[in-house]
Write a protein that binds this ligand. Structure first.
Ligand SMILES: *Cc1c(COP(=O)(O)O)cnc(C)c1O
Length: 390
């Protein structure tokens, strides 16, 4: 008989009851060190006092009122995001996929409004992941996500990740934009070179295309900057983000320049729940912490510590680990054993991680991590590598 929860996930047989900072506690009382953060979502760990207090206070006042009215939390949140980014304007939604749908729609609308209704295609690197809606699985282009859901939404041309010449060659009269993750997440924590990102910016400018970024996972401080593209010293025209933005409360956002958002007028796009008072209150509280002086420095410092420790692990366990990669606190261990074997062993030893493509175990801990948690995780990874090598 089919489970009442539709069986679309291969779930571990654990039920969590509560979380405390860097730890999750299961119903059997077992504590786990959380280096998965609900797939890079719990940016401030679990039950962060400022987030809990904010959510409780907002819950007493107003949950939802729809976008038929002004929403104070959206106005504050958008102002802060604009102040700290390339963007002039922000659309709020509820998830990463919804944000990326918005990015794709905005790109088409921009070309339409600026006299190029024939330009609707986006160039996307292979290995990309943008969500599970019909358009975002087409954008991602992964056969395993598309199979059985045909016909595939038209309008995406795939080229090898990191290959600027391939992007240049793929630009045609129907091209509207280029869509890229600064670091591919689901694809296996594969960072783009900063020169590649700069090259994409140049190509977009030369050909009248929008440069669209997916910072659903890389954004919100994950790499030690508010957004990962900042490392390249360039800006996109439009960007989607979500995951860490709500610290566990569902919220997504489309950030855009005024020029790119030219067609996004009343009635052009919408979302019933998008940016409701609960979600925007919590996201504002997340920003209180992430934007506080020194917080992103902390992320960079902890990322550096973890990076160095992973380097030593790769050196010590050549039979199990091939290499480390990533940036900030978005790191991956490419395995020589099946990544599922390593993550299963880590789970048995009380460390939560997330699998990724290209046989990678993803380490995306809450950004509030301290050196003691890194030592604890490294000891567990070390023990598991010894076990797997034996
Ligand atoms: C997780 C993710 C998405 C999809 O987000 P959902 O909230 O699951 O819809 C899109 N793009 C990237 C890069 C992601 O990591």
């Amino acid at each position: 008989m089919i489970p009442t929860v539709m069986p679309t996930y291969a779930r571990a047989d654990i039920v969590f009851e509560r979380g405390e900072g860097m730890y999750l506690v299961a119903t059997d009382g077992r504590r786990y060190l959380d280096f998965g953060a609900g797939v890079a979502v719990n940016a401030l760990g679990h039950a962060h006092p400022h987030l809990v207090a904010t959510l409780k206070a907002q819950a007493e006042k107003l949950w939802h009122c729809s976008n038929l009215y002004r929403v104070a939390g959206q106005e504050t949140l958008s102002k802060r995001l604009v102040e700290h980014s390339f963007a002039d304007t922000v659309f709020f939604c509820n998830s990463g996929a919804e944000a990326m749908e918005g990015v794709i729609k905005l790109t088409r609308k921009f070309q339409h409004e600026t006299g190029h209704a024939d330009r609707y295609r986006m160039i996307v690197p292979t290995g990309a992941f943008h969500g599970r809606t019909l358009a975002t699985i087409a954008a991602g282009g992964q056969a395993k996500h598309l199979k059985g859901f045909e016909p595939t939404v038209d309008g995406f041309d795939h080229v090898p990740y990191g290959d600027l010449d391939a992007v240049r060659a793929a630009i045609g009269p129907r091209t509207a934009g280029i869509l890229v993750e600064p670091i591919q997440g689901e694809g296996g924590i594969v960072p783009a070179s900063l020169d590649y990102l700069r090259g994409l910016r140049r190509l977009a400018d030369e050909h009248g295309l929008l440069l669209a970024m997916d910072e659903v996972q890389t954004g919100n401080g994950r790499t030690g900057k508010l957004y990962a593209h900042e490392w390249a010293g360039i800006t996109p025209d439009v960007m989607g983000t979500a995951k860490g933005l709500g610290g566990g409360f569902p919220i997504g956002a489309v950030l855009a320049t005024e020029r790119a958002a030219v067609g996004m007028t009343a009635g052009a796009h919408g979302s019933t729940f998008g940016g409701n008072p609960l979600a925007t209150a919590v996201a504002n509280a997340v920003l209180d912490v992430i934007l506080a002086p020194g917080f992103l420095d902390h992320v960079q410092k902890m990322g550096g510590l973890l990076w160095d420790a992973l380097g030593k692990l790769v050196n010590d366990h050549p039979k199990v680990l091939e290499c480390r990669r990533g940036a900030g606190l978005m790191l991956g261990l490419k395995c020589r054993v099946p990544n599922t074997a390593l993550s299963k062993a880590l789970l048995a030893h009380g460390l939560l991680t997330v699998g990724a493509g290209d046989n990678v175990v993803r380490l995306v801990p809450p950004l509030i991590i301290e050196p003691s948690h890194i030592s604890e995780a490294v000891a567990i990874i070390d023990a598991c590598c010894k076990e797997l090598a034996a």
